[in-house]
Write a protein that binds this ligand. Structure first.
Ligand code: AMP
Length: 219
């Protein structure tokens, strides 16, 4: 068994990203030893004796990687845009969990452009920058979920949220308005790990790049 110092720790995002992430690592010969989707564990040894996974909320992944508690991570671009990429390198677009970061409002409602617009979102930094670029001074209301409820309950005029099919917006009488960014999951690496563990990280990067390219051709 390699010592802890030799183990490469990769932080994965729980939830819908995980289902699409695991086949890419499997393509690189790395499979968790337990059923990661159903287990209540948070740390998973893998079939690669030098690699272990830790399972986190997406917004915690950059924090673990930035501080070197994990060497690498898989996280949505939305989270990197919101929390920044200090202390880490974004090394690969995994081309999974694609969606869009958008503003949205109530269908048929007049879009506010002049007055101080109230915007509900969990992406407060992204939202502030987006509205500022349009010359607006948004009053940002931080929420942790169910953003679509805020305009309906008159808590906010618009929301900034992730849109995939648009079904959630539609089901709540809302329409997408402005496109902020295309989102997909990214492979990130701690800056110091990139130097000190370059051989294993480079090998892994090559295998995962191949798995991403293969997935692209199979689609
Ligand atoms: P949809 O109804 O398909 O537009 O999906 C909208 C909801 O699904 C959003 O409120 C997001 O929370 C979630 N969602 C969709 N795609 C992703 C993704 N790639 N990553 C994280 N959450 C997502």
């Amino acid at each position: 068994m390699p010592s802890e110092a030799d183990t490469l720790t990769i932080a994965l995002t729980k939830g819908r990203i995980l289902k699409e992430t695991l086949p890419l690592f499997e393509g690189a010969g790395i499979v968790p030893l337990d059923d990661i989707a159903t287990s209540r564990k948070l740390i998973f040894p893998t079939t690669h004796e030098s690699v272990k996974f830790v399972l986190l909320r997406g917004s915690d992944v950059p924090t673990y990687v930035r501080h070197g508690a994990a060497d690498m991570g898989v996280v949505g671009k939305d989270i990197l845009m919101e929390f920044g990429d200090e202390g880490l390198y974004e090394i690969l677009d995994l081309e999974i969990a694609r969606c869009r970061l958008m503003t949205a409002g109530i269908d048929g409602a007049q879009q506010k452009t002049a007055a101080k617009i109230r915007v509900a979102t969990k992406f407060v930094n992204v939202a502030r920058e987006h509205y500022s670029l349009r010359g607006l001074q948004p009053n940002i209301i931080k929420l942790y979920g169910a953003m679509e409820l805020a305009p309906i309950m008159r808590l906010a005029d618009e929301i900034v949220d992730i849109v995939d099919t648009g079904n959630t917006l539609k089901a709540n009488g809302m329409v997408p308005r402005e496109h902020i960014a295309d989102i997909s999951s990214r492979l990130i690496v701690n800056k110091a790990s990139m130097r000190t563990r370059n051989p294993i990280i480079s090998t892994l990067l090559e295998s995962i790049s191949d798995a991403v390219a293969l997935r692209r051709t199979e689609k």
